[in-house]
Design a binder for this molecule. Sequence first.
Ligand code: LRH
Length: 496
Amino acid sequence: RTRPVHLAVDLGASSGRVISGGLEGGNLHIEVLHRFANDPVWVHDSMQWNPLGLWSEIQAGLAKAGNLHSDIRSIGVDTWGVDYGLVNSQNQLAGPVRHYRDQRNVGMIEEACQTVSRSEIFQATGLQFMEINTLYQLLAAKKAADPALVDDNDFLMMGDLFHWLLTGERGVEMTNASTTQLLDPRTQTWHEGLIERFGLPRGIFGNLVQPGTHLGNTTEAVARVTGLRDVPVIVPATHDTASAVIAVPARSFAPAKPDWCYISSGTWSLMGCELPRPMINERCQELNFTNEGGVLGSTRLLKNIGGMWVFQQIRAAMLKRGTERTWDDMVSRARAADPFSCLIDPDDPAFAAPDDMVDAIHKRAEDTDQPIPHDEGQLYRSSLEGLALRYRVCLGMLESLVEQPISTIHIVGGGSVNALLCQMTADACNRTVVAGPVEATAIGNVLMQMIGTAQISSIEEARELVCRSFDTKTYHPQDSSAWDEPAKRFALLSKR
Ligand code: LRH
């Protein structure tokens, strides 16, 4: 194939993929070329990434792409936020790479706040408090005297780490760096004061790069393995959520008065507005919203919600019991189950990393005096309803922050094809839901590479291309009032 394409490497919790994207007859066309597992690995009692396994899969995918396409214009990698690796002066990984669900972070927010107060950290970074944030991971590493945490090494977020493997160049991409809780969102530079007060080695924090930057070209070593010689790496928004937000089919970019919000729906649901500048005030801290760095100077004001994680983990728990279900099967069973029986809060800490999600739900139902969902369909239904109820709460918070009514909710990512969840969202929130595109992250990754190579010139143009090229489905609220009573029960639940 001779048409120009860009390659997006997207590392998600359910899989990693190498995807090609480019214009075909004026529309954006994307295609998954290679898919591979991206499961955490346990090394004794630590939960880790498998960076080298992923690296060989990425190269296998690039080689496939090279066999199919003769005009590869650029490559870019995106993945989830907060995780990092350290690279040494021998040009090697300096140590293992932990997964953010690793237990070492537990309790680290409280410890951090003994050094710098909660409100000072929020004032400095505008970030929501989550134990998984890189800051708390680094403090846990420091506490454990991690030998890799020294000035001579370089800190890279995970997208950067694969860019370094591709090009030999080290740069920390801004959108993902904004999830560390060590960045000043006003200047989009490292927060020197915080780094110093926490006693973290300043030398590890190197150059920040903006999305769209040409970092370097594929090395000779990569060319030998993949056949891709001297292909530019154009840094996308390496934070998967930032990439997904680029691909929201909205008609505006970072409006001062937003009338739409997004839910980037995958293992996590990230719900928020795209704003022209950070919103750092008491109300925002109180509601625990975050100001993550968006592309071209924008801010992603959002909240992390426990997403499809519970639903996915019920499936894993059923598999352990010998029952394998397809996603469609799970949704049909949820559809058939009774509504609003046992309510589940997806952000309940009991569901963050349980050994067995079904056991965890049963225990929580018992502790909160709710009917125990023994029926399988009930489990699926409860997890989806819980998510929609949480969206309703967050929508209220969001509207109070932006002081604007929000009329449309854009759902992008994996959850956008779950018709039951989309309708539940429209009903629970009493808003119009526009669902799709499902591949928003990969699309956003490709779009930023197209901007970086001057094929398109703005986010507005990128979104116009998304609207033209990908189908969306609209859900109107049908039976909103049925959600009022469960919403009251749900509000009490999070207090228990
Ligand atoms: C979503 C996501 C989210 C982060 C979490 C670790 O995939 O990147 O934005 O908070 O993973």
